[in-house]
Design a protein around this ligand. Structure first.
Ligand code: 5GP
Length: 110
């Protein structure tokens, strides 16, 4: 059996995090190293290493619907981001969607 992912350990409360949303299938936490004034991670509890391992359209749809629901509760406008694979900038191999928001003048205003 493979060892639990970092996010599984967060879901299990073995590692502390700031949880902003949780239901039966998803958890949303604040990113530990925020790259925007609001930086959240939406994480399915069902483990897949990367987003393109999800082949069920319902599962993929529910993940995105959950992310947009949470994002809209945080800010009127936002960016959703998925890093896929090392070459795509993925560091934690447990599928997640980044929610980035809260800039004064948009994401490229700095
Ligand atoms: P990735 O590059 O895999 O798409 O993004 C992984 C994200 O997880 C990064 O933005 C990183 O800051 C965040 N992260 C890494 N370790 C932890 C942690 O222990 N707690 C939280 N809340 N976020 C983490």
């Amino acid at each position: 059996m493979s060892s639990p992912t970092l996010f599984e350990r967060i879901i299990a409360r073995e590692i502390p995090s700031e949880i902003v949303y949780e239901d039966e299938h998803y958890i949303c936490i604040k990113d530990i190293a925020p790259k925007a004034p609001i930086h959240l991670l939406v994480i399915p509890k069902k483990v897949s290493a990367r987003v393109d391992e999800i082949t069920d359209p319902n599962e993929m749809g529910q993940l995105w619907l959950t992310a947009t629901k949470i994002a809209r509760q945080q800010a009127p406008d936002y960016r959703l981001l998925v890093n896929c694979g090392e070459g795509g900038g993925q560091v934690v191999f447990h599928t997640h969607i980044h929610i980035l928001a809260g800039w004064e003048g948009g994401p490229d205003s700095d």
